[in-house]
Design a protein around this ligand. Structure first.
Ligand code: NDP
Ligand code: 8X3
Length: 248
């Protein structure tokens, strides 16, 4: 029987690349995000290639909406908690309170909501895999990263905590921590300032969503006794969240 992957934030970047990769790998897909038009376009594209795709439109910050949407879901074998964002790069003492709330509510509380909704079924079936998309930003703060870095440090602690709590079961838990990945991430971070967003990737060949999808797919495909607990994936000329070598 086909395995099912549920991917949050599948309308762009890493989540969209995961959808393509897992569809190609023979999974049944449940793709979720807020933008119905983008989800439907991806569904049509993947179904034309023979995949079975269900879409769920909800905001991961809305726990009631997530719960209601999940009532349409039977079994999830792999949950990819990917929906997330950074907003702003201000100094912590000059930051925007609303931006902070959105990041914390999405990256931390949204991920927890999905975990709480999906993992009980995995434990009951003694089978499943949770793949959280953390970040190099969670390893150490960088200038202006403050609250975003904190949310990704929280993702690390939440992932490690879940791994401990399901250790008696066959459920596997993975934290993938990418460095610079060229997606819509920086456009969102800089509130649509495309020039500033483009500068993030100047002078370095960044990772792509596909690079991260490959790692997620590998983790999900490893033999059942192998748990890829954590993976830090950086572009070759990036050494940490703040050390990036750029060609002039
Ligand atoms: P994108 O902006 O390209 O994609 C973000 C996705 O998240 C979109 O599909 C968006 O869908 C979804 N999303 C955002 N907020 C919500 C919400 N409240 N509810 C539901 N879905 C939401 O960025 P990336 O692909 O780069 O980011 C994906 C993940 O990877 C994030 O967690 C990010 O922190 C992490 N990451 C990114 C890195 C990078 O350099 N790009 C590096 C390390 C980690 P929609 O708007 O349709 O709801
Ligand atoms: C996204 C990567 O380095 O911009 O998590 O924080 S970074």
């Amino acid at each position: 029987m086909k395995r099912t992957v549920l991917i949050t934030g599948a309308t762009s970047g890493i989540g969209e690349a995961c959808a393509r990769k897992f569809a190609e790998g023979g999974y049944k897909l449940i793709i979720t995000a807020r933008r119905a038009d983008k989800l439907n376009a991806l569904k049509a594209e993947l179904e034309a290639q023979g995949a079975e795709v269900q879409t769920l439109v909800f905001d991961v910050r809305d726990a009631a909406a997530a719960k209601e949407a999940m009532q349409q879901v039977e079994t999830v074998d792999v949950l990819i908690n990917n929906a997330g964002l950074a907003l702003g790069l201000e100094k912590e003492y000059e930051g925007n309170l609303e931006d902070w709330n959105v990041m914390i509510d999405t990256n931390v509380k949204g991920l927890l909501t999905m975990t709480r909704l999906v993992v009980p079924g995995m434990v009951e079936r003694n089978q499943g895999h949770v793949i959280n998309i953390g970040s190099v930003a969670g390893d150490a703060a960088y200038a202006g990263g403050n609250v975003y870095c904190a949310t990704k440090a929280a993702v690390k602690a939440i992932t490690d905590g879940l791994r401990i709590d399901v250790a008696e079961s066959a459920v596997r838990v993975t934290n993938i921590k990418p460095g610079l990945v060229e997606t819509n991430f920086s456009n969102i971070r800089f509130h649509g300032d495309t020039e500033r967003a483009d500068n993030v990737y100047k002078g370095i060949k960044p990772l792509t969503g596909e690079d991260i999808a490959d790692v997620a797919f590998y983790a999900a495909s490893a033999p059942a006794h192998v748990q890829i607990a954590e993976v830090l994936v950086l572009a070759t000329h990036q050494a940490s969240g703040s050390v990036i070598h750029r060609e002039k």
